[in-house]
Design a protein around this ligand. Structure first.
Ligand code: ACO
Ligand code: ZN
Length: 468
C-alpha cells in the first residue's frame, strides 16, 4: 500500500537508482516499520559508502526526527517525483513550517540501550507500520475536521535567523533550515549509563562530527571523542551534580538553578546537548540572559540529569520557559509535566502568570495542553458551591491567579476541552461525568508532583540590577 501522493503530477517510472538526485520524492520503507508500508520521502542528500550509495531521506508529513540514512533496498523507485527543473522545490521539506505528528520508532529505550526518537499520536506509541499509517490517516482526518489543529502553530514560525557570523550568541530562536542544519550530524551520544540517538542537528565542533559516538560527562556536560578520553576526564571531574544552587529537593528529585552568566561553559554545553532534541530553535552561545533549571534524580553515584528548562531572567512577553527538554530515556514517564509544573511554581512564587516561548514543538504542545487541561480541571472540580442550590463561580482571572497560567492559555484550554457554553445570556462551564472520570484517571497516573514546601527560592528582580 502506498501513501497517497498529493499536489504533484510529474511522477516518472525510474528503473535505476542511478538517476536519483537530491530533491527527488519517492516511497521509502521507513526503518523499524513493517516492510509493506512505504512513506513518501524526499532525498535530502546522497553519499557513497564503500561503493554503495546511501540516501538521507525526510519522510514528508512526519517530524524531522524520523529522517534517516537508508540504502537503495529501502527505496521504491517505481514512482519517483523529480525536483522541478526551475530549481524550485516541490516540497515543504527544505523549510518545514508544519508541526507534524510523526510516526515511527518507539519511545525512549530502556536504560543502557539505544533509544529511538519517539513520536506522538493520540497517546499511543507507534511501533509498527500500520500504526504509522494510522497516524498519517488520523492526521489527515484531524486536518479536515478541525482545520488548522496542530498545524495552526505554523504561524509561530518566524523568519530565517541563523546565528550571525562569529558572535553565535543569544537565545534559541526560530530559523529556516539550511542544508547543513537539516541533517543529523551526530550518530550517537553516551551520557552516563544511557546511549541515545540524537533527533536533530547540533553545532558541535567539526572534530566531534562523523564519530560513531560522542561521550558526554553526565555531570559537567563536557564532551569527549572516545570513552578513554571521557574516563580521563572523569578521573579529574569532581562534579556529581549540576553546578549552581539546589533550590528544590523531594525524595530523589532535585532542581538546580544555574545562572547562564556565572556558569557559562556548563550552560553552553547544556544548550548544545539540548539542540540534539530540539528542532525549531537555533542554538546561540550567549547564555548570560538565561537561568537554567536542571532536574536530577539522585542515586549513590550522584545527581543524574533527567531534563531541564531555560528561562529568561527578564521577559517582556511573560515567558516563563524558553526551552524545555526531557532527556529521551526519561520521556513519557511524567517528567515533562513535572518540569512544566515546576516552571509554573516559580511563576507563582514571582506572583506572575507565564507562558512557554513560541513556537512550541509538536511534543511541547501536547505536553502543555495536557498540563493546562489537568491543572484547570483540578481547580474546577474542587470548587465548592457558594450557597444552597448555587452553582460554583469562578472567573478566568481567578483561574490565572491560582495556576499562574496566562489568560490566553486558560481560554484556549477551556475551548479545546469544549467546556464553555453560552446559556441564558452568560458563559457557563459545564463538566460532564465523562470528563470528570477521565480527569480522575489521568491524575492518578501523575504519581510524582511538585511540592511547593520543598522549593527554597526567592525570585530576583533582574531589572533592578545594572547588568545580569
Ligand atoms: N507521543 C504521544 N504523546 C506524548 C509523547 C509522544 N511521543 N511524548 C509526550 N506525550 C504526551 C504524554 O502522553 C503526556 O500527555 P498525557 O499525560 O495527557 O498522556 C504529555 O505529552 C506529557 O508527557 P510527559 O511524560 O510528562 O512528558 P515528557 O517527559 O515525555 O516530556 C517533552 C515532554 C519535554 C516535550 C519531551 O517530549 C521533549 O523533551 N521533547 C523534545 C524537546 C521538545 O520538543 N521540547 C519542547 C519544545 S517547546 C519549548 O521548548 C517551549
Ligand atoms: Zn565532567
Amino acid at each position: 500500500m502506498k501513501v497517497e501522493m498529493e499536489e504533484i503530477d510529474d511522477s516518472t517510472i525510474c528503473d535505476s537508482v542511478s538517476s536519483l538526485v537530491e530533491g527527488c520524492r519517492l516511497p521509502v520503507h521507513m526503518t523499524g516499520t513493517s516492510d509493506w508500508l512505504s512513506a513518501l520521502a524526499e532525498i535530502i542528500s546522497i553519499k557513497e559508502v564503500q561503493g554503495s550509495k546511501c540516501y538521507y531521506v525526510h519522510y514528508v508529513d512526519f517530524n524531522k526526527r524520523l529522517d534517516e540514512w537508508v540504502t537503495e533496498e529501502s527505496l521504491d523507485t517505481r514512482k519517483v517525483h523529480f525536483p522541478r527543473r526551475d530549481g524550485g522545490s516541490n516540497t515543504g521539506v527544505s523549510t518545514p513550517k508544519k508541526v507534524h505528528i510523526g510516526g515511527g520508532g518507539g519511545g525512549g529505550g530502556p536504560v543502557g540501550s539505544v533509544s529511538r526518537p519517539s513520536s506522538p499520536v493520540a497517546g499511543s506509541e507507534l511501533v509498527n507500520g500500520s500504526a504509522v499509517l494510522a497516524a498519517a490517516l488520523q492526521k489527515r482526518m484531524n486536518r479536515k475536521r478541525k482545520g488548522p489543529s496542530l498545524e495552526s502553530e505554523d504561524s509561530q514560525d518566524g523568519p530565517a535567523q541563523l546565528p550571525p557570523g562569529p558572535r553565535q550568541s543569544g537565545s534559541m530562536v526560530s530559523h529556516h533550515d539550511d542544508i547543513v542544519t537539516r541533517m543529523k550530524n551526530i550518530d550517537l551520544i553516551e551520557l552516563g549509563k544511557h546511549r541515545i540517538k540524537p533527533w536533530y542537528f547540533a553545532p558541535y565542533p567539526q572534530e566531534m562530527v562523523n564519530l560513531s559516538c560522542i561521550y558526554i560527562c553526565e555531570f559537567c556536560l563536557k564532551y569527549r571523542k572516545s570513552r578513554k578520553c571521557l574516563e580521563r576526564h572523569l578521573a579529574k571531574c569532581n562534579l556529581r551534580h549540576p553546578p549552581g544552587n539546589e533550590i528544590y529537593r523531594k525524595d530523589t528529585v532535585s532542581f538546580f538553578e544555574i545562572d547562564g552568566r556565572k556558569n557559562k561553559v556548563y550552560a553552553q554545553n547544556l544548550c548544545l546537548l539540548a539542540k540534539l532534541f530540539l528542532d525549531h530553535k537555533t542554538l546561540y552561545y550567549d547564555t548570560d540572559p538565561f537561568l537554567f533549571y536542571v532536574m536530577t534524580i539522585f542515586d549513590s553515584r550522584g545527581f543524574h540529569i533527567v531534563g531541564y528548562f531555560s528561562k529568561e531572567k527578564e521577559s517582556t512577553e511573560d515567558y516563563n520557559v524558553a526551552c524545555i527538554l526531557t532527556m529521551p530515556p526519561y520521556q513519557r514517564k511524567g517528567y515533562g509535566k513535572l518540569l512544566i509544573e515546576f516552571s509554573y511554581e516559580l511563576s507563582k512564587f514571582e506572583g506572575k502568570t507565564g507562558s512557554p516561548e513560541k513556537p512550541l514543538s509538536d511534543l511541547g504542545l501536547l505536553s502543555y495542553r495536557s498540563y493546562w487541561a489537568q491543572t484547570i480541571l483540578e481547580i474546577l472540580i474542587s470548587m465548592k458551591p457558594v450557597g444552597d442550590n448555587e452553582k460554583p463561580q469562578i472567573t478566568i482571572n481567578e483561574i490565572c491567579e491560582l495556576t499562574s497560567i496566562k489568560k490566553e492559555d486558560v481560554i484556549s484550554t477551556l475551548q479545546n476541552l469544549n467546556l464553555i457554553n453560552y446559556y441564558k445570556g452568560q458563559y457557563i462551564i459545564t463538566l460532564n461525568q465523562e470528563i470528570m472520570q477521565s480527569h480522575k484517571k489521568a491524575m492518578e497516573s501523575r504519581l510524582v508532583r511538585i511540592d511547593p514546601k520543598c522549593l527554597h527560592w526567592t525570585p530576583k528582580d533582574w531589572g533592578k540590577r545594572a547588568k545580569w
